[in-house]
Design a binder for this molecule. Structure first.
Ligand code: SF4
Ligand code: SF4
Length: 288
């Protein structure tokens, strides 16, 4: 079973549209939405939730007021200013370090699990999907990405799927690292613009750091042919496979509004280029 993460240096490059299109073309895949801070793959794939699991992020401190002798040791040792002068935990500020529990002389301060979100195992018209929802103001998205990946891997093993298609988060931060670590291939969706190329290089640096093989898809190739050629040369010079170049077309937006993947909506050039990209991806991964 292979794992592929589709990412982009920033949002708005068509990453999720392309992931949904690949989902429509894949015959035996599990889909994983790891863009947990702004999940939108479900808007196209319309998953029907079959199983919901609670997600616990960082631990959080709690104070047993009946045991507390108000010695103030926890207040004085908390590096995150997360305990008030009247010995109340500021839930949002607590980093779960556990120091208050260590210093408390009467075991009044203890650590409990924090409810940070929900993880879903679902069915879509293209196969099983694992996705998640982070509670408002929760920041453990890297950990939640890891949980989504683990669940998707389990589903793939149980159901004998040959690939896990992961819609990764934008940017180059902690959630992206969680989404790409250990995968067989990172597919970077880029646009032929100055900022697109800049973001592409940043995300390649991250993938190189973790020694993850990469491939590139150019989306909206015709908005700037000169920059498209620049990306093609970059791929050749750095020995990075270019899976395909997809033309710009407003049908991508129209398909999304109709909650369809592009191959369900269009039988023209855009779908042809996506089919070619998918075939190239399967070839790179040696998938039958
Ligand atoms: S767990 Fe750490 S951050 Fe949270 S209240 Fe205790 S000492 Fe402060
Ligand atoms: S260290 Fe323990 S006893 Fe002292 S103020 Fe904090 S919770 Fe109360």
């Amino acid at each position: 079973m292979k794992q592929v993460t589709i990412i982009s240096g920033k949002g708005g490059t068509g990453k999720t549209t392309i992931t949904a299109a690949f989902a429509a073309l894949a015959r035996n895949a599990v889909l994983a939405d790891c863009d947990v801070d702004a999940a939108d793959l479900h808007l196209i794939l319309k998953p029907v939730v079959k199983k919901t699991v609670g997600f616990h992020g960082l631990a959080v401190a709690t104070i047993d007021e009946e045991k507390c002798i108000k010695c103030m040791d926890c207040v004085n040792h908390c590096q995150f200013d997360a305990i008030t002068e009247d010995i109340k935990i500021k839930y949002e500020a607590c980093e779960g370090c556990g120091v208050c529990e260590l210093v408390c002389p009467v075991n009044a301060a203890t650590m409990i699990q924090r409810d940070s979100g929900l993880l879903f195992e679902s069915e879509t018209r293209f196969g099983p999907m694992v996705h998640a929802r982070l509670n408002t103001a929760e920041e453990s998205s890297g950990k939640l990405v890891t949980e989504v990946r683990h669940h998707a891997e389990d589903v793939a093993k149980k159901r004998d799927k040959d690939v896990v298609l992961i819609d990764g988060p934008p940017g180059v931060g902690c959630p992206v690292i969680s989404a790409i670590t250990g995968v067989d291939l990172v597919v970077i969706v880029t646009e032929p613009t100055f900022s697109g190329i800049h973001d592409l290089k940043r995300v390649i640096d991250v993938a190189n750091h973790f020694e993850i093989p990469q491939a590139i898809i150019i989306n909206k190739k015709d908005i700037n042919p000169k920059k498209t050629n620049e990306i093609k040369s970059f791929c050749e010079n750095h020995d990075i496979p270019l899976l395909g170049s997809i033309p710009y077309d407003t049908l991508a937006t129209k398909a999304m509004i109709e909650e369809k993947a592009i191959p369900e909506y269009d039988k023209g050039n855009v779908t042809s280029s996506i089919i070619e990209s998918w075939a190239a991806l399967r070839n790179v991964l040696n998938l039958s």
